[in-house]
Write a protein that binds this ligand. Sequence first.
Ligand code: HAM
Length: 428
Amino acid sequence: MEIQSVKGTRDFYPEDMAKRNFIADLWKQVSLRNGFVEYDGPIFEYLAMYQLKSGDEIASQLFAFEDRGGRMLAIRPEITPTLARMVNQRINTLPRPLKWFSVPRLCRAERPQKGRLREFFQWNIDIIGVDDCLADAEVIFCSVDFLMQTGLTSSDVIVRISSRKLIAAMLEYFGVEKEQLEKVYGVLDKKSKIPQETFEKMLEEVITEQAKRRKVLELMSVNSLEQLEDFAGSDKNAKEAIDELKKLFEYLNLMGITEFCRFDISIVRGLAYYTGIVFEIYDKSEQLRAICGGGRYDNLLADFGGPKISATGMGMGDCVLGIVLEEKGLFKNLSQKSGIEYFVAFADDALQNEAIKLVARLRRAGLKADFSYKGGSLGKQLKQASMQSAGRCIIVGQEFTQKGELIIKDMKTGNQETIAANEFFSRL
Ligand code: HAM
């Protein structure tokens, strides 16, 4: 029987691993320079945790299972609920604000497609305990900071920003019932991913009155905050949400990333727990799904049994990002060769044990060293040394048995020197 890999998963051969590490190392580096500290949680949790507040879409994509004690568990589809649980558990001792980051491996039973798999890595940054939209601006800045670091510019990517508070205020202003809001968000979030006709049909299912639906469709075609102000009239909640968005854009301006950012009313986000500013970043070809998404979730900690503490953050997967970086040729310096410092070759099979001893000594001294298991001619061993991008080759030959000397060959210049083994090690 030929064993296959599971649909929607990836194998990371060394060349793929180099790309994965390129992304993950940069995520960590950018998190740290933006003042975030790293955390992680378990790879599975109680199923109920994800059914509580993540929303129907994620709940329908869970890899859930029963453990031997009959408990229902699920592999994590996101880490935000774990973060909320962890923070609640130590709420009295943790300092605030918290700026935490993580790079979890996640699983969602989605239909695999370009940029969407069943297993992926997702960079998360979250700020807990700051009400002001300065924290949302910081999250957006950090995401853009990373993208710029990869070499992407404002001609390549766009941050589309809106506010759940604003959409809630407008929907309520149009007379949509509070209980329906979550369902309406779910439909609005789909708008840019489905044909207009399908969207309107779905909207009809959640807002039965035609007049209200027409208002919602009009709202979805608004494309600036100024236009929105006219549209919202004197509604107090809408005005508050608009003012908050204006303040956010001022912060983004101070941070120097305005050219990346645009107000976009169609951004609603799929997850149920968002309460305020929301955003998604797209590549400008618009062929791919979001590179990342996030927003404010001020009720999640309280919903999980903790105090009411505000929070905001984002998640960025490695799949769409990987496609964009590949297309733009931005994976750089991904040498797959081991780049060892010393390759120890031996002129005679009888000298292999000496080579083994030397290699072990070099490695213990902290140097990257290797040798051939098979031996064979010196020519063959030198070839292996080149394939492993060795900086230098140490040749153990007759000189070693007779006078305790080693030949050191510089693999770049081809120059050779003969040196007493003791002196060589003392120089190291
Ligand atoms: P999300 O929108 O579900 O948000 O996912 C965020 C990002 O994760 C997406 O934009 C995409 O890059 C990546 N992603 C999601 N699903 C898949 C998949 N099946 N395959 C590949 N990549 C995927 C969240 O997960 C929130 N918990 C983010 C957050 C953190 N909000 C606040 N803090």
